[in-house]
Design a binder for this molecule. Sequence first.
Ligand code: F6R
Length: 252
Amino acid sequence: MEVIVVTDRHELAARAADRVEALVRRKPDAVLGVATGSSPLGLYAELAARVRAGLDLSRVRAFALDEYVGLGPADPQSYATVVRENVTEPLGLDPRNVHVPDGTASDLEEACAAYERAIRVAGGVDLQLLGIGSNGHIGFNEPSSSFASRTRVTTLAPSTRADNARFFADPAEVPERSVTQGLATIMAARSILLLAAGPGKAEAIARAVEGPVTEACPASILQRHPAATVIADEEAAARLPVAERDGAVVRS
Ligand code: F6R
């Protein structure tokens, strides 16, 4: 796993945007896996600025990582809305090429299978963007999720519901379940970029990068990916060994 430590959120967004831009210049219809939450917001804003300056992302295809069960695209808290407002519209993507799991399907199991098929039909994900939960989750694959998991319905950990309560008027409104890409789905991406900022991520980053590869820390599976990069600001990298905090280090 490659670890890049940057000084602040601005540099984090710029370094991540460089990766996305390089991919799209090489492959204009690249498939991006997009995360929601706070971590990639700076990246999306930076990409939007580059689009306004002439970068063309109009042929990019995108698959969201996850969606809350019960929230539809019209709900302001749904990830479909978050993706539309932060990715599809500002980056100039064609809405027909942007996919979000359907958290309101009457048959959720079939919706999960359909999502896996859609990713496969698109040729797989070229670059999967990830944030990390304070408990080490990626997507909504909470601790003890199977490394073999595919897109499915999961139950949010109480700590995740507490972390995400900030997006809702009332903490009780945070849904209890999600549809999320599984860990095996995420690992099938050709490359992965995990973004982490702030002191609340320091322990999770240390466990993901340095700890044992274990289902107790879902992000630790990324150590087994041939092309996974973590970009962390100094606060999120604070519990990594000194050598890694001092700059980019390539590890296996
Ligand atoms: C979001 C997602 C989650 C978040 C994680 C970190 O689509 O799947 O795994 O990436 O919870 O959230 P933030 O970035 O808000 O700290």
